[in-house]
Design a protein around this ligand. Structure first.
Ligand code: FNR
Length: 378
């Protein structure tokens, strides 16, 4: 453990350490459009801020004189064991921050054994991500298309390419009001970025009037229109769960009644998320939403959380309030922008190391030992 501090070649000397430093560095490197797209939020940014602030309203109360010499952060989800309770959140269109798009983050996740959730709107198609990840754990995120044949095609391809869970994101059937992007007139999808899974899909190509090479803009608009699925219903969720053998999680839940409806309609897991505050401005912070969702679900299915996870303390607080695992979003994208695969790996390793250290210092040696007695609300 002293290695963190004593290693003379410690990469920490070259790369940033804290989230704010990564963010600052990314701002220096990226043009205003891409930086604003990653950094921005919906409306006044109140929900993005609320996400982070909510963690500060809980304080950890450590237990002392407990043997924490042997520690493990291993968790089990849907029958698979993972080394840490942290996953890479699905983030689309990584080509705006790195020339290899999603590949470096997928490789970094693979090297750490952490599940990588590939976005539906990735620039690199899912089969290519599968190729670079080998046997390492990966999940596929779906913006449920209106077209059921396209839905089935995405699900089938994900199964064939070795993705082991499907995350249906339901908070973004319309794109939020994002002022940074409006100001920068920045929407990368209309240039073909983020279209890797659509443009490689036979069903999608069959519903186009002209191939993407002939009319790029029309093809991009068609893909976006498929995702503007504002009539998506609980029956449609049930349909998706019936089309695949894989566990289906619903991402974008903050109301306990919706969590229950999701479980009733076949969801195998819930992701309490507000898309990092990028969709509904003024919405409840995810950490505030978590306890009532967990209470409603009563351990029937796992509840995961994202939005605002920045440090080890945040991870522990989310687990204490009932999350089985957390997803981290913007931090690894800043790592990607600053230093590619090494940057993503450093961000993840720092978060893991801090979480493990914090866990030990508060007198817990495994994730099972983390419960609501760990935190007090201020
Ligand atoms: C996202 N998010 C997201 N979610 C999703 O289901 N599919 C996607 O394609 C994207 N794309 C995306 C792009 C960018 C630039 C950001 C910042 C976020 C939301 C993401 O999965 C996650 O919910 C949030 O990023 C979590 O919040 P933090 O960790 O960024 O605060």
């Amino acid at each position: 453990q002293m290695g963190f501090y004593q290693d003379p070649d410690n990469r920490a000397k070259m790369l940033p350490v804290s989230y704010t430093e990564w963010e600052e560095k990314a701002k220096e490197i990226l043009a205003a459009g891409p930086f604003g797209y990653v950094n921005g939020a919906a409306g006044a940014g109140d929900t993005m801020k609320a996400n982070e602030d909510a963690f500060k309203r809980y304080r950890i109360r450590p237990r002392i004189c407990r043997d924490t010499t042997k520690r493990s952060m291993e968790i089990s989800l849907f029958g698979n064991k993972y080394p840490v309770p942290i996953l890479f959140a699905p983030i689309g269109v990584n080509s705006i921050v790195h020339c290899e798009a999603e590949v470096p983050a997928a490789k970094a996740a693979a090297s750490l054994g952490m599940p990588y959730i590939l976005s539906n709107v990735s620039t690199v198609p899912m089969e290519k991500i599968a190729e670079v990840m080998g046997d390492s754990p990966r999940w596929f995120q779906l913006y449920p298309p209106k077209d059921r044949e396209l839905t089935k095609s995405f699900l089938k391809r994900a199964e064939t390419a070795g993705f082991s869970a499907i995350v249906v994101t339901i908070d973004s059937t319309l794109l939020g009001w994002r002022e940074q992007d409006l100001r920068n007139a920045f929407l990368p999808f209309l240039t073909g970025q983020g279209m890797g899974n659509y443009f490689s899909d036979p069903v999608f190509l069959s519903i186009l009037d002209q191939r993407p090479e002939e009319d790029l803009k029309a093809a991009c608009q068609k893909a976006l229109a498929e995702g503007n699925n504002t009539c998506f219903s609980w029956k449609d969720l049930e349909y998706i769960t019936q089309q695949t053998e894989l566990p289906v999680l619903l991402k974008g839940v903050t109301h306990p009644d919706d969590a229950l409806l999701a479980a009733e309609h076949g969801a195998a897991g819930i992701v309490v998320s507000n898309h990092g505050g990028r969709q509904l401005d003024g919405a409840i912070a995810t950490l505030e939403a978590l306890p009532s969702v967990c209470e409603a679900i009563e351990h029937k299915i796992p509840v995961l959380l994202d939005s605002g996870i920045r440090r080890g303390a945040d991870v522990l607080k989310a687990l204490a309030l009932g999350a089985s695992a957390v997803l981290v979003g913007r931090p690894y994208i800043y790592g990607l922008a600053v230093a590619g695969e090494a940057g993503v790996k450093a961000v993840a390793e720092n978060l893991i190391a801090e979480t493990e250290l914090q866990m030990a210092i508060c007198g817990r040696k495994s994730i099972e030992e983390i419960d609501s007695s760990l935190v007090l609300k201020m």
